[in-house]
Design a binder for this molecule. Sequence first.
Ligand SMILES: [Zn+2]
Length: 300
Amino acid sequence: MEIFKGENILDFAKEFPDDDSCKAYLAQEKWCDGFICPKCSHTKGCGKAGHKYHCYSCGNVESATANTLFHKVKFGLRKAFFIVFEMTATTKGMSSIQIGKRYGISQTTAWFFMQKVRDTMQSSEQHLLTGRVHVDEFVVGGREDGKQGRSYDTKKKKAAIAVELTEDNKIKRAYIRFIQDYSSKSLKPLFEKHIAKDAKVTTDGWRGYNPIAKDYDIEQVPSNKGRNFKELHTVIGQIKSWLRTIPSHISKKHVQAYFNEFCYRINRSIFKESIFHKIIQRMVGAAPIYQTQIIRNVTL
Ligand SMILES: [Zn+2]
């Protein structure tokens, strides 16, 4: 089996006609560098029917889905694969309500599985933004009151965003972080985790950036109602309108997962060909997450 490439849903359906073909794909990815028994670390064994592996040392029979994020997916692997495809290869993400209806599963079931996929979309923090970087804050949720400036409405969720621009002012990459408030302390992690020290950063005149300017090359310019940060504000507009299409309430502890999904699609848009396979790789490599962990949000 070759790795799946592309964005064509008909090709996708042909490549994965049933649960068994998905299992074969997971098995191939899981044991591509050989078998290691998770129980005893032995490396010798043999493949068994149903895409399983039998350890010669302890007798453990390992399935393709065990110890991955596909562990105990009750609604079938083919549906799970299609949901991952919809969340990665399409331009816009879908809500758990839409996904539930489309695949005949409950909205809750869809939401839990989608949170697992979003979990793998977290930034690796390995690829810092460089060159020209614009930074700003924005709010989502709560009532839009049309007021200018920083909102202190507690129902709204605050976020800080950094984008890297190309020479001709196109958005190259973006990172968004949920923040508790607009203090330097809250804004700093966005810089530390996502922006290179030698990047030329531009922010508006907010004094919260002053202490950070000791370590980063920051130029502060007046926002002029967003006109000086046109590209950045286009992205902010996109994320706000995307989140508005999600009818279910997004709580503060889960909003970061949605930011991750949004940025993952932007940052991988030039690698669209392999985006599905990349997420499958990450899901196979990740330890299983249980619903109670998702509710408590220990992984994000
Ligand atoms: Zn073993």
